[in-house]
Design a protein around this ligand. Structure first.
Ligand code: 0RQ
Length: 498
């Protein structure tokens, strides 16, 4: 069946009000770039005529301004899941104008197959190649592509010539059987392949192919500052001490690290540390630092769901495909983040907290306990199942007015049972084998900013008995004080005791 080449505007006509639409990609890597904008224009035109036009949106993770941003600005989002990071969309979510539900990223594809969120009407996917017999070659981000293509009634392909067809071979694409028929997912080392290098779809469902030449968004990493550098160095020192203590195999273990500047700093510090052998990466987002370390021979292999690198780095990869092709593998998030595989491989997991409490619970998602930041992303998939699960955070935010360490987290994403180690620029709190009071002293002594140490020590002395000495009158006093005086350091416990 011949492929039908159409414009983005024609493609948008295949999307109807109230449709549930699945998008390929993970972070802006691999997202469709032009059809979402055309859908947004259509929504605006319909709204001007007084007609409703909104769609439900399933994505791999965050997207970019041309997808989440365009549709949010057009007020065209009926609901959205999972992780997002676009300011316009976040404002709609926190203003109550868009329905948002947050999920562990590994579960979305199977939840869609289970029928938990309704049907997928349309899949819009970016491809480096598509054939008349229905073979789709994804680009730099996979996300939920195989599942949405199989479930959707209609598939729209954005064929993006910024990605050469020669990347065929850099993907490992499949879907597991669902319970009760599911078997083990036989990935025994990060480089194992268990699927195909392309996704086979029913060609009769491809309603149109839109040619584009739009690059991914450019990643913008802030230069290392003393805080992120100290956090990176502390993570590296901790992992070296684990090796020396015999708690880590001498060949090291695969690493997962979250996104952002701290993650890049951690990777840089690990790569520079001569006591850490060259290592593998089993993660969701492969960032610039991984590619840099690969070129230096410090990273041997990287398996991920997305190659979310800056434009100069992707050009370097495409210009040197012979070097990179057998060192990078992109998988659906159902595999990159899979708890079974993470636990089997013994992945060292490193994620960033918004805030932690002194007993080891983590808030990754809600500022002040109410306002959604980005979502849980893959942090839960990895944290609960890692060989050793680490959270990093600067000790304070906003010039010291906010302590990242509080008596009780204002929203709870990762529990004390899953979190093994917390690291700030001040040091490493090793929570393993410690009871809640011991954990609190460890976190205060090692991680909390010196301005807040006496205040939090006083909290522990408020006389509460029991396993975990939480004072329910003032466990949120830090948050209340921030709202009242704008600085958590002003807290006086007696003001909050009833
Ligand atoms: O706000 O921009 O207004 O200054 O939160 O903080 O320090 O820039 O940190 O970009 O590394 O993001 C947890 C959000 C950290 C991210 C989080 C404010 C702070 C700033 C961002 P401003 P930074 P980062 C991989 C795995 C959850 C999911 C996850 C994240 C803004 O890492 O989304 O780990 N993680 N997934 O000022 C009030 C506090 C605050 C605070 C920070 N305690 N109170 N505001 N901020 N701490 C990703 C995927 O799975 C795809």
């Amino acid at each position: 069946m011949a492929l039908r080449f159409i414009t983005a505007e024609e493609a948008a006509e295949f999307v109807q009000h109230n449709d549930n639409v699945g998008f390929s990609g993970f972070t802006p890597a691999g997202n469709p770039k032009v059809v979402p904008g055309a859908i947004a224009k259509r929504a605006i035109a319909e709204h001007e005529k007084g007609n409703p036009f909104q769609i439900g949106m399933f994505t791999g993770a965050s997207t970019g301004a041309r997808l989440d941003g365009a549709l949010a600005k057009a007020e065209a989002v009926k609901f959205r899941t999972p992780y997002q990071s676009n300011t316009d969309l976040r404002n709609l979510i926190n203003g109550g104008a868009t329905s948002y539900f947050d999920l562990h990223l590994s579960t979305l594809a199977q939840d869609l197959r289970y029928g938990f969120y309704g049907k997928v009407d349309v899949a819009i996917v970016e491809a480096a190649d598509v054939t008349e017999d229905g073979k789709i070659l994804p680009t730099t981000g996979v996300g939920i592509l195989p599942t949405i293509c199989r479930l959707a009634d209609k598939i729209i392909v954005e064929l993006n010539d910024k990605h050469p067809k020669e990347i065929m071979g850099m993907h490992d694409l499949c879907e597991p059987l669902d319970p009760p028929a599911r078997r083990d997912l036989p990935i025994y080392s990060p480089s194992d392949r268990i699927g195909k290098p392309y996704v086979q779809v029913d060609p009769s469902k491809i309603v149109g192919v839109v040619r584009t030449s739009e690059p991914n968004d450019d990643s913008d990493f802030a230069p290392l500052d003393p805080v992120t550098k100290a956090i990176g160095d502390n993570v590296a020192a901790f992992l070296v001490s684990e090796m020396k203590a015999g708690r880590m195999p001498k060949e090291f273990l695969p690493l997962q690290s979250g996104v952002g500047n701290v993650a890049n700093a951690v990777l840089g510090a690990l790569g520079d540390n001569p006591d850490i052998p060259a290592f593998n990466v089993y993660t969701e987002v492969i960032q610039d630092a991984v590619i840099d370390l690969m070129k230096k021979g410090r990273v041997k292999f990287a398996s991920g769901c997305s190659l979310s690198v800056s434009r100069s780095v992707i050009q370097d990869i495409y210009a040197n495909l012979d070097f990179f092709k057998d060192k990078i593998l992109l998988r659906p998030q159902e595999y990159s983040n899979n708890p079974e595989i993470v636990r089997r491989l013994g992945v060292i997991t490193i994620n960033t907290a918004l805030e932690a409490d002194i007993f080891g619970n983590i808030n990754s998602t809600h500022v002040g306990g109410t306002r959604m930041m980005n979502g849980i992303g893959g942090s839960g998939d990895f944290t609960r199942n890692g060989y050793v699960s680490i959270f990093t955070t600067p000790s304070t935010m906003k010039d010291g007015k906010i302590s990242s360490f509080v008596p009780m987290v204002a929203h709870h994403d990762h529990s004390e049972h899953s979190v093994k180690v917390i690291i700030s620029e001040w040091g490493v709190a090793d929570l393993r084998g410690k009871n809640p009071r011991e954990r609190a002293r460890e976190i205060i002594d090692k991680c909390v900013h010196p301005d807040y140490r006496p205040i939090l020590r006083e909290y522990l002395e408020l006389g509460v008995k029991g396993q975990t000495p939480q004072n329910l009158d003032c466990c949120f006093a830090f948050h209340q004080e921030l709202a009242k005086s704008g600085d958590m350091r002003n807290v006086r416990w007696e003001d909050y005791m009833k």
